[in-house]
Design a protein around this ligand. Structure first.
Ligand SMILES: [Ca+2]
Ligand SMILES: [Ca+2]
Ligand SMILES: [Ca+2]
Ligand SMILES: [Ca+2]
Length: 578
């Protein structure tokens, strides 16, 4: 195999390569509404020569970049009317490089800046269905008042840790005019450290929403939605088959369950969706609940897969009560551990030698259940069981021992249960999967050197790592949607290797430019199966040292840019074989 060695030839001063990339600290406001244009301030450094704002998802675009100074710039950003709600990702491109990735939200309501009340003034009054963008000072509480009619819904939802910037822990309460707490929450299975509170108003009243840090510290940035939107804690079934329209039931403890249609569109990055607990089970797929024409700011996460749904039929609390599914494997079994002590049994047939990844999607979808599953013979004797191999979610790699009937048993680890303890167990045929990523260059640093940034007439090396599942063999890597003037040099990744360094070269006359591209890997060799995959990159946005990653996001593209000439050159040497 060809081995490449890189040499850095410095001309003149020692130059810090990273120094030319711009920095992006935050967006203010850090969200906008579909069908609107908004002036957004990008707090940034080394971005005076900003040329482009790169969005990872469709539906958002730059209309105009206004004048920049040393601290950042303003730009008019437009979200199309059909722009997906939820988290979006962004980077800056300057003539010198690419910034880190930051996130912002597209939400259903107009955004209002928090106004601190003056001495002697009451709290800021807001209209229902408003998003407030603000921050809470140390030992302080942010208060807002809102008029609500009897029988009307009042819901509050907070994006704080989900803004992907700080390890800040929000806590929220709704009080009536007599000071009684109507609803409150701190952490929720649905939103991790973020919270929501929701109730149906018992009387016409002016309600106060109080937001603070959980232990009276500060919240450095938040988005808080106050409105009449529904806030179910779960959706059932929590997924559907690609392309199908599914009738789903939202489990809404405050105002009663309701059903809605959910169209299970095929995920764009499908092969990455099998993931581990730490990965999302889909790419931004959620069913957004809606009531009386008002949509909730956050969806309930769902899983879209190639398998048909099988729904539990209670009573199914023992092997004898397990009903035989007439849908052959592979399927997705769906149920709810409806009350403490509930367990659910499913019966199915399988063929000798079939190999399945039996994977639970529950906590991954923000269900409170801590699943335990058992694959049993037709009489209920356990053949395999698992509690936590996929995080709190269970996972079993199972090879069917003989043709015949089998049963699946699902329960909660502590025998807890409730109306929103939804789960989904997929029998996924074992198949080859491939994705690529750029490994972290340092501990607790998820952003540095994750892009391809090549100076004109120069070269840029980047380490690429492959995740292979259930196959071996040599991989050929190739660039996709790269800007003109960049060439990629990479040997094949040998079957016994998971990493290689690719070198990117920009022509001396390559236009300064860039965007979001991809790098794909493909299995090569005689009679090679058709296995390929592209970039699937995590960004660990909120981490707390060695205590772990609290909020991360994933993208399926890589930033690529041709930048201005550098005062040094990277030379590639091919060592002669001894
Ligand atoms: Ca909290
Ligand atoms: Ca059940
Ligand atoms: Ca049951
Ligand atoms: Ca478990």
């Amino acid at each position: 195999m060809k081995r490449l060695v890189f040499t850095l030839t410095l001309i003149g001063l020692v130059w810090n390569v990273a120094a030319v990339d711009p920095r992006l600290y935050y967006l203010r406001p850090d969200g906008l509404q579909p069908g609107t244009e908004q002036e957004i301030y990008f707090r940034a450094a080394r971005a005076k020569d900003v040329e482009d704002v790169l969005f990872y998802h469709p539906g958002v675009k730059v209309v105009k970049i206004n004048e920049a100074d040393d601290n950042g710039f303003k730009a008019i950003i437009k979200a199309e009317a059909d722009c997906p709600l939820g988290e979006h990702k962004v980077r800056l491109r300057t003539r010198g490089g690419l910034s880190e990735l930051r996130t912002f939200y597209v939400g259903p309501f107009p955004t209002l800046r928090e106004v601190a009340p003056k001495e002697g003034e009451g709290p800021q009054k807001v209209a229902l269905n408003t998003t407030i963008s603000g921050a809470v000072a140390n030992e302080s509480v942010d208060r807002f008042v809102v008029d609500v009619k009897q029988g009307q819904r009042i819901s509050v939802e907070v994006e704080c840790i989900r803004l992907g910037r700080y390890f800040d822990d929000a806590s929220v309460a709704i009080k009536n005019s007599k000071g009684f707490i109507v609803a409150r929450s701190d952490d929720t299975p649905l939103f991790i450290q973020d919270c929501f509170a929701t109730a149906v108003a018992k009387e016409d009243d002016t309600y106060t929403v109080e937001l603070r840090e959980s232990s009276y510290g500060r919240l450095r940035a938040y988005r808080m939605h106050i409105g009449t939107f529904p806030r179910p804690t779960a959706v059932y079934p929590a997924g559907g088959q690609e392309g199908e329209e599914v009738d789903v039931k939202f489990i809404d403890k405050a105002a009663g369950d309701f059903t809605q249609k959910f169209k299970a569109a095929k995920p764009v990055s499908f092969q990455a969706t099998f993931g581990q607990q730490s990965q999302p089970s889909f790419r931004d797929i959620a069913a957004f609940p809606q009531a009386d024409g008002v949509i909730a700011p956050s969806g309930n996460k769902v899983r879209v897969s190639p398998f048909p749904n099988v729904l539990e039929e209670e009573p199914n609390n023992s092997v004898g009560e397990a009903r035989l599914s007439d849908t052959p494997l592979p399927v997705a079994f769906n149920g709810i551990i409806g009350q403490p002590g509930d367990q659910d049994w499913f019966r199915f047939t399988a063929k000798k030698g079939q190999r399945y990844d039996v994977r639970v999607y529950a906590r991954k979808l923000r269900s409170p259940i801590d699943s335990v599953i058992y694959i049993c013979n037709k009489d209920g004797r356990s053949l395999a069981s698992n509690d936590d191999s996929g995080g709190p979610d269970s996972y079993i790699s199972w090879t069917v021992p003989a043709d015949g009937e089998y049963t699946l048993r699902v329960r909660d680890h502590l025998n807890n249960g409730g109306s929103d303890y939804t789960y989904r167990v997929e029998f996924q045929p074992r198949e080859a999967k491939l994705s690529l990523y750029v490994p972290d260059t340092a501990r607790y640093n998820t952003q540095t050197r994750k892009n391809v940034v090549v100076a004109r007439g120069n070269r840029f090396p980047l380490i690429l790592q492959a995740r292979r599942t259930s196959f071996g063999g040599e991989l050929a890597l190739s660039p996709q949607d790269f800007p003109p003037g960049i060439t990629m040099h990479a040997a094949h990744m040998a079957s016994n290797k998971t990493q290689l360094t690719a070198v990117f070269e920009a022509a001396t006359d390559a236009p300064i430019g860039g965007g979001l591209g991809n790098i794909t890997g493909k299995l090569v060799g005689e009679n090679a199966a058709d296995i390929s995959g592209g970039i699937w990159q995590n960004f660990d946005l909120v981490q707390n040292g060695n205590r772990g990653v609290y909020y991360k996001t994933w993208v399926d593209k890589i930033g690529v840019a041709v930048v201005e000439e550098l005062p040094f050159k990277i030379r590639i040497e091919e060592p002669k074989a001894p």
